[in-house]
Design a protein around this ligand. Sequence first.
Ligand SMILES: *Cc1c(COP(=O)(O)O)cnc(C)c1O
Length: 408
Amino acid sequence: MKIPFSPPYIDQDVIDSVTESLHSGWITTGPKVAALESELTTYLKAKSVVCVNSWTSGATLVLRWLGVDKDDEVIVPAYTYCATAMAVMEAGARPVMVDISSKDLTIDVEKIKQAITPKTKAIITVDIGGCPCQYDKIRELLAEEEIRKQFSAKTEVQEKLNRILLISDSAHAVGAEYQGKTITQWVDVSVQSFHAVKNITSAEGGAICLNLPEKMGDAEELRKYFKLMTLNGQTKDAFTKNQAGAWRYDIVDFGMKINLPDINAAVALAQLRKYDYLLEERKRVFELYHKLLSEYHWAILPPKSNNNFKSIYHLFPLRIKPITEQQRNQIIENLSKKEIATNVHYIPMPELTLFKNMGYKIQDYPQAFDAYTREITLPLYPQLTNQQVEYIVRNLVEEYYSVLNKNQ
Ligand SMILES: *Cc1c(COP(=O)(O)O)cnc(C)c1O
């Protein structure tokens, strides 16, 4: 039985939605994007949403709006996809990596506190696997007198905000909740990814979800600003400019070209409209893994949704107790020979060449490294049948005992 790691969910509704876009004669940013932005605004309880062509470009734009330079620092967890730090570098600042909590693999709030300096301009939290960070603690920390006093503003936007900007990397977490509120409601800006492997996809894409405090300006004005900044700073999008007589435009700021095409939005829109169903199916798979693996003392299971938070079951990051990195690699290898595709989330960023060359050292992130060496991410998507999940677990258990030379 061949089991891919994370195929996209493409059904007739998705195909119809894209076909509609193709037949409409308008394929780039237009009505489909507008509908997606409007439905995401409601679903995520954002003040407004602006779609972009990737998480990376969206986060970069937010940091460019904040205005950061090489002397500024942005705190990120060491255990994430490299884009979290690369957006910081793309915007011109220095990523400051901190370790994670071994409990749920999210950023360690105590470590954030230790890393804050007068140079800190923003924090990017990562809701790993669909599990939200401890936003109550993070907000409390940012509200502390001592922390607030340290903040020194260099740009007009920073002056208005007068504190560290809180951005969530919600690439894994579209729709997750913490203490009854959406993640967007907990942060200033949450950025989503609609890359092909995410819960909702547009092949490539993302969304900037704004929840800035009122003093930062009128929500509609901010939406318009971010929108035009995704279109080279141009005052009219191509759809509007294409209407008869509406040819004149201006370039009002140094924007980026990172708008989401309608063809892509059509995919995400059809998925968002059946997201409740997709989440039910993900939950079914997640809970079956939990049930089947809970009898093994060596399996450390990712947290289930509880009174405190609602996961959206993006990943199933299993950790295995007494195991070396080589043994973990061997299990993955053996499973792949049986055509079961698994993955590792994540190689900590300090282990990647780019960041090593910049001077980051893995020894500074013991929890991230420990999680990495014993982690195997199991396939998790709506299309997986119970029978396939049982098959995956049966083979995983078999390979665990075989690689560790133990009797079952
Ligand atoms: C996928 C992912 C990203 C990058 O998203 P893109 O849309 O590909 O730019 C960033 N952070 C995390 C945690 C991700 O998983």
